[in-house]
Design a protein around this ligand. Structure first.
Ligand code: SAH
Length: 404
């Protein structure tokens, strides 16, 4: 497949090689990042769908360089105004492409200009698209300055009339007059429907609002969470994961149905992991710094009728002082890994098992010696290709205390 923006839009790194070859390259990168711990690396789970997997896209209005006509797409590398319109993009689904083309066509027929990041002229800023891969629900938000002249009613009507595979459940309008090039959770009007979409992961439902963190590859997230669930000792639940489990050799903990007392889900976002592993525990405590995400986690647990999860909005480093009782700790920190203070406190906790979800395996390899020095042994690592066509790959590691 060819794309005229390849190499400049910042989206894909691997476009012109077979997916199997990409996996081999990624396995090499993982070995390199993990260094001496690479010998613990087991399976690298391929992405269930290596293309059109993104459930979220944030696009900017701009132009296409020589072609000064209005454009809408990903910002090109080293460019202030040029964007790559993703009509041929392999990362996004047909519905997203139709929506982008439609919104662009609508504004090209008006006098509106893109917001110029230097001159601060123009009104059109961003278009954010989100969708539930398993529910087909689509949420869309247009960001403009408050000086937009064009009525958005015909845009809403025409968007709703588009023939899509999924269904638009909400259209939002954000007014932002700030100079920073960021989509802001301020001055938002609901133009149609509701301000969230639903997604179903591993048999559970999740309400996702426009600004909530949610894994950008839903099918990949199921594979990732399955590995976490397996390491945490829970039985697979969804039909898809059941099928995957049957095709795998029986592995450590997979068939364990005994409940562990307390699980900790640190850096829990909207509480997905806590809820997915909850059948294996008497109680799971989720910790996350963003208050909105914690509110969503509580709401989702209620929706799923899960009563043994509690969620706290707090810095992980703070709460680790009062969590000595945990038997299994799951951490899913941001790309930089664990903050030294959090790492030190975590290493001192007497948990039996520690599951480290690493979106940047190099950060995990840096944190690992501290955990090993504190008495953990590395049991195994599995990786999941959550972001095909990009250089990123996630790793999940299982550590146990030597004396258990
Ligand atoms: N486990 C979640 C999300 C992990 S992303 C999921 O799979 O959906 C990492 C999360 O860590 C983000 O939601 C971020 O807000 C949170 N975070 C970052 N620093 C933190 C800190 N110091 N304390 C608590 N949470 C933090």
């Amino acid at each position: 497949m060819s794309c005229k923006h390849f190499g400049r839009c910042g989206g894909c790194t691997y476009l012109d090689i077979p997916y199997e070859e990409e996996l081999t390259i990624k396995k090499g990168h993982l070995d390199e990042a993990l260094g001496e711990y690479a010998r613990y690396l087991g399976i690298l789970h391929p992405a269930p769908h290596p293309e059109a997997y993104r459930n979220k896209m944030e696009l900017a209005f701009g132009d296409e360089g020589k072609d000064v006509c209005l454009a809408l797409g990903m910002r090109k590398k080293r460019s202030m105004y040029e964007v790559a319109t993703p009509t041929n993009c392999i990362l996004i689904c047909q519905d997203f492409k139709k929506l982008i083309t439609h919104v662009l066509k609508f504004f090209r027929a008006t006098d509106e200009k893109f917001f110029h990041r230097k001159l601060h002229t123009g009104t059109l800023r961003h278009l954010t698209l989100r969708r539930g891969e398993f529910t087909g629900e689509i949420l869309l938000m247009l960001s403009t300055t408050s000086t937009l002249q064009t009525s958005l009613t015909p845009l809403v009507t025409s968007l709703l009339a588009l023939p899509l595979e999924g269904k638009i459940v909400g259209i939002l309008h954000a007014k932002n007059d700030g100079v920073a090039d960021a989509v802001k959770n301020e001055n938002i009007t609901l133009l149609h429907g509701r301000d969230y979409y639903n997604e179903k992961i591993c048999g559970l439902s999740f309400k996702v609002s426009m600004f909530s963190f949610f894994q950008t590859n839903s099918r990949g997230a199921e594979v990732l969470y399955d590995v976490v669930r397996k390491f945490a000792g829970a039985l697979p639940k969804s039909a898809a994961s059941e099928a995957r489990a049957l095709s795998r050799p029986h592995e450590l903990f997979e068939k364990s149905s005994a409940k562990t007392d307390i699980g900790l889900d640190l850096y829990c976002g909207t509480g997905t992991i806590a809820q997915i592993v909850s059948p294996s525990f008497k109680k799971v405590i989720g910790v996350e710094i963003i208050e909105d995400a914690i509110l969503a986690a509580r709401e989702n647990a209620e929706l799923n009728n899960i009563q043994n999860c509690e969620f706290h909005a707090c810095d992980v480093a703070e709460i680790l002082n009062s969590t000595e009782g945990a038997d299994v700790i799951i951490v899913d920190p941001p790309r930089n890994g664990l903050h030294p203070k959090a790492l030190e406190k975590l290493a001192a906790l007497p948990a039996e098992r520690l599951i480290y979800v690493a979106c940047k395996p190099k950060s995990f390899a840096r944190d690992l010696p501290t955990l090993l020095a504190a008495g953990y042994t590395l049991q195994k690592i599995e990786a999941v290709d959550m972001f095909p066509r990009t250089p990123h790959v996630e790793a999940v590691a299982l550590l146990r205390r030597v004396d258990t």
